[in-house]
Design a protein around this ligand. Structure first.
Ligand code: UDP
Length: 206
């Protein structure tokens, strides 16, 4: 078995130790097509083409890149190459009842998912984020550290929730919306809109 952590930068270096703990007898490499060094934190860094060429019975990939559109592109590339996605999950993650979470999630230390939650593909929940009961979260959604997502919230595909944001119970956040760091979200957010502040309001750029 060979597991590749796609992305050898900040996100990847936070995900690699989780997979190492989950798969102690498995060879783990970083996959990176950019300017990354050839060796990072004890692991080889190889480009995608080389990962595909490596001789191994089974292979799997964790896409450890914060940019959600890049995650989607790389997930499609893995699917075409018939390389499955593997979930990265810290041992300290708490998950309660009836949580459905699709392939390729990265769940960082101290993430909590309570009960009756549905989450789409390649979800990233960074350190200390939580998702409360009855939330529905789309594909390629990203939570920065410390996101507080209260009950009955829905979040569309590719939304990005900034560090420390608080989302009030029952709010709908549209696809591709961006919630700024520390925002307190008390009203629904339209697709593609960026909101900031407390109470959060659309960002007007001058
Ligand atoms: N990357 C890649 N293939 C892609 C897109 C990105 O190998 O198609 C790599 C890129 O070279 C970089 C990493 O993914 O090393 C993303 O790092 P970045 O610091 O931009 O983001 P983060 O680690 O914070 O998600």
């Amino acid at each position: 078995m060979l597991i590749g952590v796609y992305g050898a930068s900040g996100c990847g270096r936070g995900i690699m130790p989780l997979l190492r703990a989950q798969h102690p007898r498995t060879e783990l490499v970083f996959i990176d097509d950019g300017q990354a060094p050839s060796y990072v934190n004890g692991h080889d860094v190889i480009p995608w083409a080389e990962f595909l060429k490596r001789q191994s019975g089974e292979k799997a990939v964790s896409i450890a890149i914060a940019a959600s559109k890049t995650r989607q592109t790389l997930a499609e590339k893995c699917s075409v190459a018939k390389v499955p996605l593997v979930e990265a999950r810290a041992a300290s993650v708490v998950q309660m009842d009836e949580v459905v979470i699709e392939e390729g999630a990265c769940l960082s230390p101290f993430v909590t998912l309570t009960s009756n939650i549905r989450i789409g593909r390649c979800f990233h929940a960074n350190l200390y984020s939580y998702v409360e009961h009855d939330c529905i979260i789309g594909d390629f959604v990203t939570f920065a550290p410390g996101v507080k997502c209260n009950g009955n919230v829905t979040i569309g595909d590719h939304a990005y929730i900034g560090s420390g944001a608080i989302i009030r119970q029952g709010i709908n956040i549209g696809a591709g919306a961006i919630v700024g760091m520390g925002a307190v979200v008390t009203r629904d957010v339209a697709p593609g809109v960026t909101i900031v502040g407390n109470p959060a309001k659309p960002l007007i750029k001058d």
